[in-house]
Design a protein around this ligand. Structure first.
Ligand code: PGA
Length: 248
């Protein structure tokens, strides 16, 4: 059985005041709650780890550098993220791939850096609107998975998040059939490549997940949870998504 996971990506939002939302989440979980990971901006990682201490909520970074240290102004190493008490890091988000020209090879190196620091990697892949329109979705995301997921990935150190770029922050969501199709294909690829581990690696859907559509999305058998942006900023939005996941 794969443990369900609700991950929140705060992106470049929030100052210390937003940690009250995290405090609310930390104190409202039941024993049946899925795994919960909140990824605030790096400036809040240490405070967030303190706020989440002793609760079921875990903390993650939103990106890391592939190198362990050095002259990389403005970057942050995976070990620095781990040192704050965080357990996860998102890598390869489309906002990094597009906005910072990150290639599959760079993303793959970041996954390995995350593991070396003892972090779980949340590896993001997803097609653009033009690729979807050109019927290239399955081919594109299979190629991204192939090139950015290292061969020795395990269910204990990696989560894969499928996020159609055109669905991120837009309110547009693929149909349930499309979500089933992509996640089933990704599951088959993972098993083909990694065997038992591939069957156990969690697959998240991301892109405009909201309280109103979460239950439908979680019907897909190979959707093990969600990577949520906008709706993770408020506990009153994120909690119903967590609840829908727990009930799925
Ligand atoms: P969204 O973002 O939920 O705001 O669409 C998802 C993401 O980018 O991870």
């Amino acid at each position: 059985m794969r443990r369900k996971l609700a991950a929140g990506n705060w992106k470049m939002n929030g100052d210390s005041g937003l940690l009250d939302e995290l405090g609310t989440l930390a104190t409202s979980q039941t024993a049946q709650a899925p795994q919960i990971v909140i990824c605030p901006p790096h400036t809040l990682l240490t405070l967030a780890s303190f706020r989440a201490q002793g609760s079921p909520v875990e903390i993650g970074g939103q990106d890391c550098h592939a190198e362990t240290k050095g002259a990389y102004t403005g970057d942050i190493a995976a070990s620095m993220i781990a040192n704050t008490g965080a357990t996860h890091v998102i890598v390869g988000h489309s906002e990094r791939r597009d906005g910072h020209n990150e290639s599959n090879e760079m993303v793959r190196a970041k996954v390995q850096a995350a593991w070396a620091a003892g972090l779980n990697a949340i590896l993001c892949i997803g097609e653009s609107e033009a690729e979807r329109a050109g019927d290239a979705t399955l081919e594109i995301i299979a190629a991204q998975l192939q090139a950015s997921l290292p061969d020795d990935a395990t269910a204990a150190n990696t989560v894969v998040a499928y996020e159609p770029i055109w669905a991120i922050g837009t309110g547009k969501v693929p149909t349930l059939d499309q979500i089933v199709e992509t996640h089933d294909m990704l599951r088959a690829e993972l098993i083909d490549r990694l065997g038992v581990e591939g069957a156990q690696i969690r697959l998240l859907y991301g892109g405009s997940v909201k309280p109103a559509n979460a239950a439908e999305i979680f019907q897909a058998q190979n959707v093990d949870g969600a990577l949520v942006g906008g709706a993770s900023l408020k506990a009153t939005d994120f909690q119903p998504i967590i609840d829908a996941l727990a009930e799925s």
